[in-house]
Design a protein around this ligand. Sequence first.
Ligand SMILES: Nc1nc2c(ncn2[C@@H]2O[C@H](COP(=O)(O)OP(=O)(O)OP(=O)(O)O)[C@@H](O)[C@H]2O)c(=O)[nH]1
Ligand SMILES: [Mg+2]
Length: 352
Amino acid sequence: MKAGIVGYARSGKTTVFNALTGAQAAVGTYGSREANVAVIKVPDQRVVRLAAIHHPKKITHAEFEFVDIGPNEEAGEQKALDGAALTALKNTHALVHVVRAFDNESVMHPLGNVDPVRDASAMEDELKLCDLIIIERRIERLEKEHRKDTEYGLLCHCREHIESGQALRTLPLSHQEEPLLAGYSFLSQKPLMLLGNYGEESIGKDDPSGLTAFAHENNLPLIDLCGAMEMEIARLPEQERSDFREQLGLGEESRLRFIQAAYDMLGVISFLTAGPQEVRAWTIRKNTRAVDAAGVIHTDIQRGFIRAEVVHFTDLMEAGSPARAKELGKMRLEGKEYIVQDGDVILFRFNV
Ligand SMILES: Nc1nc2c(ncn2[C@@H]2O[C@H](COP(=O)(O)OP(=O)(O)OP(=O)(O)O)[C@@H](O)[C@H]2O)c(=O)[nH]1
Ligand SMILES: [Mg+2]
């Protein structure tokens, strides 16, 4: 999974990027003009605990990639996105809008005062406008070529949807329509999360900015973060981090909270495979059939699928070992159509 971090100039995009990934990209005046990229291992205690049972040769966590766009060099700071940003965001599965909610007189806001709701709403408009430009260009082209086909009809429908003020992510698409739009990588079609970047003075206080209400009204997930402080904590050795969080009254580690919210938004879950060779977490969409989950590991396993031996992580831990789980009847044999659940530990039987 790959998320693009967007936001207005100096909203703290790179600070949040560092906080979530542990990277050390330069922030402030010395911030990079280029996009920053980092991959993190998705923290998952289940992987750690399965490894303690199997002592595998290799432990593989799921990965999550972040792209932090650079500032707008073409159109100036009033806009968040330029051509370079669009290129950087092309292959992302989701967008995270870092909304400035911290006060800091020495950091100028490009749109004037600090106003999270205005920024969140302006960003939505920008995303929609970027898509509208692409759509109109394409419609014009198709009209010139006299190609009033299914794609043409769908693009006209998208245009209407945006012109009525809505993002493409709220436009229901059929199975046939989805692939027709996939190549465009429309920004307003990508799942969007708001990330309020608060100053440390706001810890434990109610949010007066109205961002929570905005997120709720627009059906967007919202998480809050003290970017600057979290970035400092991310640099500490692991043992010191939790002590610090406790002292400062910060909740659960921000990386965990973020991943949880991102997985919910993307509609993805993890299943696990565990054995002496490797313990590994795999990311799949919710409602994936066992035979398709097998395909994520290898197409051979999908083609030669016989059955899946499934035990849920919680049951396995209660039993203490795979053998005991089997004795207790917690290990089930499932067929191709079984819908894989978050936390299923699976052994695929296959024949090629
Ligand atoms: N007080 C305070 N300052 C912050 C916070 N987050 C970021 N800043 C400051 O805001 C400035 C901009 O932060 P960056 O992370 O570089 O912001 P950015 O959005 O990446 O900026 P550009 O890439 O230049 O658009 C820096 O001086 C940061 O120290 C915060 O949570 N609290
Ligand atoms: Mg930056």
